[in-house]
Design a protein around this ligand. Structure first.
Ligand code: NI
Length: 173
């Protein structure tokens, strides 16, 4: 297993739509293991394959906290089949370091897809799990959380974020 490089905004691969997986062989298994290791190393509660440079419909999620254990979830070719309620909560993204914003999402979702061996699965979640599932499926559709905020907030983000990141990088080098 290996920790992969996480692509950061404005990397173009984050905007590409990913393609469905139909080969469940060793290279997919390796990708999934590396994504799990990369998510835990970051650390993050979820990761989509295009965030590590692979435009395929693969996502991993684990919303465990110090207080509460949660299962590690791997979903291939995911689709939201049910979305209920609404919740607004602070959210961040490994591809947008040092940025968080309040994002409105469904409170509960049901996701249908395949497990790492190609068997059909259904995952239901609410709260943080529902949020993480929607966030990663957004990634696989080329969407980022900045697409889910008001235009004003987005314009502020575009103006300030890159400048701040560049400044940080100058300081680091
Ligand atoms: Ni993200």
């Amino acid at each position: 297993m290996a920790v992969l490089e996480i692509r950061k905004y404005p990397d173009r691969i984050l905007r590409e739509k990913t393609s469905p997986v139909n080969d469940f062989g060793p290279s997919l298994q390796r990708l999934i293991d590396d994504m799990i290791e990369t998510m835990y190393a970051a650390p993050g509660v979820g990761l989509a394959a295009n965030q590590v440079g692979v435009p395929k419909q693969v996502m991993v999620v684990d919303v465990s906290t110090k207080q509460q254990d949660a299962p590690l979830i791997v979903i291939i070719n995911p689709q939201i089949v049910l979305a209920e309620g609404e919740s607004a909560s602070e959210e961040g993204c490994l591809s947008l370091p040092d940025y968080t914003t309040v994002v409105k999402r469904a409170e509960r979702v049901k996701v249908r897809g395949l497990d790492r061996h190609g068997r059909e699965i259904e995952v239901e979640g609410e709260g943080l799990l529902a949020r993480a599932l929607q966030h990663e499926i957004d990634h696989l559709n080329g969407k980022l959380l900045i697409d889910r905020i008001s235009r004003l907030k987005r314009e502020w983000f575009k103006k300030r974020y890159l400048r701040q990141t560049q400044q940080r990088e100058v300081v680091k080098s």
